[in-house]
Ligand binder design. Structure first.
Ligand code: COA
Length: 123
């Protein structure tokens, strides 16, 4: 069963602070979105975010960076799914593109039924 998801997103000036660095919330939002796709793919059911674990911003992300967000389900519980999310940044210009792991973290999702109650994913 598919348990990965990935997407590409360009950082525009509106995603940055006056120093030109991306807002953490913008990056977290991408991580949550792509993480939920991986969890829903694995669960084959809708999911909601129940917890965001430690997230580290290792290097600055700037306007003009292309972000690749990669999410993988690492653990399947009874109703929950734990997803590792990595954000790589690529920058072009001046010759070869550079690529670096910019941010990573762990998010936990719960599969829900039509009433919004946790539903099993381990069966
Ligand atoms: C997610 C939600 C449905 C869970 O309901 P609940 O009654 O707390 O569910 P439970 O206590 O039965 O826990 C369900 C699963 O979540 C896990 N879980 C709950 N809180 C957790 C936390 N803080 N960290 C990690 N896992 C957690 C439990 O361990 C359990 O996992 P398992 O079934 O795999 O063993 C409910 O808390 C909710 O609706 N939260 C809001 C979700 C939301 O709106 N998210 C968007 C963010 S704005």
């Amino acid at each position: 069963m598919e348990s990965e998801a990935r997407t590409l997103e360009m950082v525009f000036p509106e995603h940055t602070n006056p120093l030109g660095n991306a807002f953490g919330g913008f990056v977290l939002g991408l991580m949550d979105k792509v993480g939920s796709y991986a969890a829903a793919r694995r669960a084959q059911k809708p999911v909601v975010t129940v917890a965001v674990g430690r997230v580290e911003f290792k290097v600055p992300i700037r306007a003009g960076d292309l972000l690749e967000v990669v999410a993988r389900v690492e653990r399947v519980g009874r109703t929950s799914l734990t997803v590792q999310v990595e954000v790589f940044k690529e920058r072009f210009g001046g010759g070869a593109a550079t690529r670096a792991l910019a941010t990573h973290g762990e998010l936990v999702y719960v599969a829900i039924d039509e009433r919004g109650r946790p539903t099993r994913v381990d069966g």
